[in-house]
Design a protein around this ligand. Structure first.
Ligand code: NAD
Length: 365
């Protein structure tokens, strides 16, 4: 079965869907991998490495010839969809909950779309869980960005010039990204607190050496482990409680999200105005509107000396390792869909059926 790997074209996207190491594993398992020239360059993977590990390099025009699957990171543009052969499997972050138009285009073109976001978060599917692998990278990078902006050193230092107190960091939302942010901030020496509406995470927060900040707001958790949206009253209560506590922190990293919904607004302008000048908020939810009222997606803004970082797509800023992890997720999904090196789509299977977002009528059960 031939798999095509195009060069990503979304603005700012540096990742690549398969790295040479995974190409070698897949060719060993009977796959034929065709990579567009330059596809891995922005992530640090050169064409020569792909060739050495068994990929065939191709120019854009011939990339999709004979391809049974196309693997990518970001969703394809309208022009890119047209280039994909009909009936072909397409794997990537297809944004099924927020890009209905794109999904409709894929369906109209007769593509069998598998969205990495829709892979059920069950134990069996963990090797394919790209939301987790990329959130891990984002959580790590968020702390480094915070460390770069804050006007303080993270660790406590005892020097001849006296003692410096450690940074106090607050991580809001202790999912995959939040837990990695806690661990990273702790490694840099910060004193870390964290808050989440899912009470189950208290233990995980504490096991990383952070303290759980009790804001008196407890939300619901779905069977899949996600938070549900708070009621307007709970949200107002959370904003008020945060406004009171937030001046204690030099660094605030927010990761709160509810799948398919705009990010909950947790930090009102009035709370930012109470923070110390030189503090920083890194808003990992910027892409879905931000957890802070002042966040501008893709930009860093300043208010009263407080930096509010709305940089989006943090995994792309660590494209080498982000691609390596994503590539392993993609390879696991490919091998799940084609266990013997040829597509064998089992629509009774929870992962196959769950991840599929468009399929032509003839492949329907
Ligand atoms: P996410 O990105 O959807 O959300 C990030 C965090 O924000 C979550 O912890 C959520 O509870 C929190 N949040 C939502 N609204 C909030 C609010 N108003 N205030 C504060 N926090 C708020 O979540 P995620 O990190 O992708 O994953 C969430 C959970 O999914 C995990 O912690 C885990 O339980 C589950 N999961 C399971 C598997 C598996 O394979 N079994 C894998 C990964 C994740």
């Amino acid at each position: 079965m031939r798999v095509a790997v195009p060069r990503e074209t979304a603005p700012g996207e540096r990742r690549v869907a398969l790295v040479p190491e995974t190409v070698s594993k897949l060719t060993g398992a009977g796959f034929e991998i065709r990579v567009e020239r330059g596809a891995g360059v922005a992530a640090g993977f050169l064409d020569d490495a792909y060739a050495k590990f068994g990929a065939e390099l191709s120019e854009g025009g011939s990339l999709y010839e004979g391809a049974a699957a196309v693997v990518r990171v970001a969703r394809p543009s309208a022009e890119e969809i047209v280039a994909v052969p009909q009936g072909c499997v397409l794997i990537g972050f297809l944004q099924p909950l927020t890009d209905q138009e794109g999904i409709a285009r894929l369906a109209a073109h007769g593509v069998v779309g598998f969205a990495m976001e829709s892979i059920p978060r069950i134990t069996r599917a963990q090797p394919m869980d790209a939301l987790s692998s990329q959130a891990t990278v984002a959580g790590y990078k968020a702390v480094l960005i915070a460390a770069d902006h804050v006007q303080k050193l993270f660790p406590m230092l005892m020097t001849a010039a006296g003692t410096i107190a450690p940074v106090r960091a607050l991580v809001i939302g202790a999912g995959v990204a939040g837990l990695q942010a806690i661990a990273t901030a702790r490694r840099l020496g910060a004193v870390v607190s964290s808050f989440d509406v899912r009470p189950a995470v208290r233990e995980q927060v504490e096991s990383l050496g952070a303290s759980f900040l009790d804001l008196g707001v407890v939300g619901e958790e779905t069977a899949g482990g996600y938070a549900t949206e708070l009621t307007p009253e709970q949200q107002a209560q959370q904003q008020t409680a945060l406004e009171e506590r937030i001046p204690d922190f030099d660094v605030v990293i927010t990761t709160a999200a509810v799948p398919g919904r705009p990010a909950p607004k947790l930090i009102p302008t009035s709370a930012v105005e109470r923070m110390q000048p030189g503090s920083v908020i890194v808003d990992l939810a910027a892409e879905t509107g931000g957890n802070c009222e002042l966040t501008v997606p893709g930009e860093v803004v300043e208010r009263g000396g407080v930096s509010i970082v709305g940089t989006t797509n943090l995994p792309s800023l660590m494209a080498y390792h982000a691609s390596q992890l994503y590539s392993r997720n993609v390879a696991s999904l490919l091998q799940h869909l084609a266990p013997q090196g040829e597509l064998a789509l089992d629509w009774e299977d929870e992962i196959t059926a769950g991840a599929c977002v468009t399929r032509p009528a003839e492949t329907a059960p």
